[in-house]
Design a protein around this ligand. Structure first.
Ligand code: ADP
Length: 228
């Protein structure tokens, strides 16, 4: 479902962030992407949702060839993916309900269907009672729950997350991980860049370690493996 072949990303400043990476991620997998800062993790993740374009090599997501995908078709790709960020990226002027509904309104879903689906994901993340609150009225963990709800409201096949627990305390991080586990148990593929050693070493899943733009380890049930 996600396939990379010899993917190199060279930024305009000459930095080679991924250097000929090849990887295959199957439907339903849960994959951690680990490695030191500057290793190329974010770039690897951004290439999957075409936030960055590969300089060379091939990337297929759900059968879509990202190299030949026209810029105006990128929204079509994004509708099939959920993306979760470290800093949540909620729209500050929209309330919780609206932040999630927005993802469905842009694809012109029917109002009653939007309502049904937003309430369903709010129930899943345990925030039905805060539907009318604004992002700045919520804790960091609650904001991340909203952003997870938003990421899955389109029922994507894959959720891509870049350091989703990076701004959260340990207890809240575990709650967020439980949510990702639940989403994965429903069949959704999860690809998550993380620095959270404790989580990686406890919830054992596939670990892809990146260093200097290369995959240096790819292990099912692997550990975090770094001292930093
Ligand atoms: P990580 O997520 O592992 O910290 P990144 O993918 O963010 O790594 O960065 C990999 C390398 O690419 C670093 O050397 C970083 O400075 C560089 N880099 C990242 N984004 C850009 C950019 N937009 N322009 C130029 N260099 C970048």
């Amino acid at each position: 479902m996600i396939e990379m072949k010899n993917v190199t990303k060279k930024y305009p400043n000459g930095v080679v962030a991924t250097n000929g990476i090849s990887v295959n991620i199957k439907q339903g997998e849960f994959v951690y992407v680990v490695g030191p800062s500057g290793a190329g993790k974010s770039t690897f993740i951004k290439l999957m949702y075409r936030e960055e374009k590969a300089t060379s090599g091939q990337i297929f997501v759900n059968g879509i060839d990202l190299a030949t995908l026209k810029d105006k078709k990128v929204p079509f790709l994004r509708r099939q993916l959920g993306v979760v960020f470290q800093d949540f990226k909620l729209l500050p002027r929209l309330n919780v309900y609206e932040n999630i509904a927005f993802a469905l309104e842009v694809i012109e879903e029917k109002p009653e269907e939007i309502r049904r689906r937003v309430m369903e994901v709010l129930e899943l993340v345990g925030l039905k009672h805060k539907a009318r609150m604004f992002p700045n009225e919520l804790s960091g963990g609650e904001q991340q729950r909203v952003s997870i709800a938003r990421s899955i409201v389109n029922v994507p096949k894959v959720v891509i997350a870049d350091e989703p627990t990076g701004n959260l305390d340990p207890e809240t991080s575990w709650e967020i991980m439980n949510l990702f586990e639940e989403i994965n148990a429903r069949g959704t593929t999860i690809v998550m860049a993380t620095h959270n050693r404790e989580i990686v070493n406890t919830i054992r899943r596939r670990v892809i370690a990146i260093e200097g733009g290369l995959i240096v380890r790819d292990e099912h049930g692997g550990d975090y493996g770094y001292d930093i």
